[in-house]
Design a protein around this ligand. Structure first.
Ligand SMILES: *[C@@H]1O[C@H](CO)[C@@H](O)[C@H](O)[C@H]1NC(C)=O
Length: 239
């Protein structure tokens, strides 16, 4: 009995000790550990899960996880510039000095830190996300849906324009850039899609800006996945 308690504590203790050790080492030599993590790619799924969990504990970032590049995407690297081309479009990015991007033999992309600074940590996470979004964008694409709410409010695509009737004296006309697609269903559901996630988000935000949901009845344009918090309209209170 006593011995099993001891071994339990020993096990616990060595586990804790190991995590501290790994943590300290990752702090000092995180690029080296990154190499090690890169080697986990071909191990069974259960082990990948485990090593990912460890990565999060050590790095608290997904920056280390390589980006899988589908076969319909071609990469062109030139120093700090990366071009990503896929069936849906082409995007380019220039990396800051703190970040290094590498194509691995497996075809995967890896984003690394060039230095160990706070700014490099931030850039690392950001540029890994941006790179991932580019690869997904040109191969599968992104979309954002908006919903027009309000009696008499409606939307339509006419030629290369999105036409919004939002209770103003004139309809709002927005030119649709050629790198975006806009679709309207049931006069109220707008879908913006394309290969450039940032451009989609920007165009959707520009649409919404014409009539953000008002807080009493929720009339206006909202993102389809947005929860609009309504205020109680209290009688006698000015809004
Ligand atoms: C490109 O390849 C990916 C992965 O195989 C696939 O999911 C995607 O649909 C492909 N894109 C096109 C437009 O065929």
């Amino acid at each position: 009995m006593a011995s099993s308690v001891t071994s339990y504590f020993q096990a616990r203790y060595s586990f804790v000790f190991m995590s501290i050790f790994i943590h300290t080492r990752s702090h000092l030599k995180s690029a080296f550990l990154g190499e090690k993590i890169g080697l986990h790619v071909n191990v069974p799924v259960t082990q990948i899960r485990f090593s990912r969990k460890t990565v999060q504990i050590k790095e608290s970032r997904i920056g280390k996880v390589p980006i899988t590049v589908p076969s319909n995407v071609t990469l062109t690297m030139d120093g700090k510039n990366l071009k990503v081309k896929g069936p849906l479009g082409e995007l380019a990015i220039t990396y800051p000095p703190e970040v290094i991007v590498e194509k691995q033999e497996s075809g995967q992309l890896r984003v690394r830190k060039a230095v160990e600074t706070k700014r490099a940590n931030e850039m690392h996470g950001l540029f890994r996300t941006l790179t991932d979004n580019m690869v997904i964008g040109v191969s599968k694409g992104f979309e954002k849906k908006l919903q027009v709410v309000g009696v008499g409010y409606r939307a339509a695509v006419e030629g290369n324009e999105l036409v919004l009737n939002l209770g103003f004296s004139h309809p709002v006309k927005m030119e649709i850039p050629d790198y975006l697609k806009v679709k309207v269903e049931e006069n109220t559901m707008i879908t913006v899609s394309g290969f450039d996630k940032h451009a989609i988000g920007q165009f959707a935000a520009d649409i919404k800006k014409w009539r953000p949901p008002e807080p009493y009845k929720g009339k206006g344009i909202r993102y389809a996945d947005e929860i609009v918090r309504l205020k109680e309209g209290k009688a006698g209170k000015k809004k």
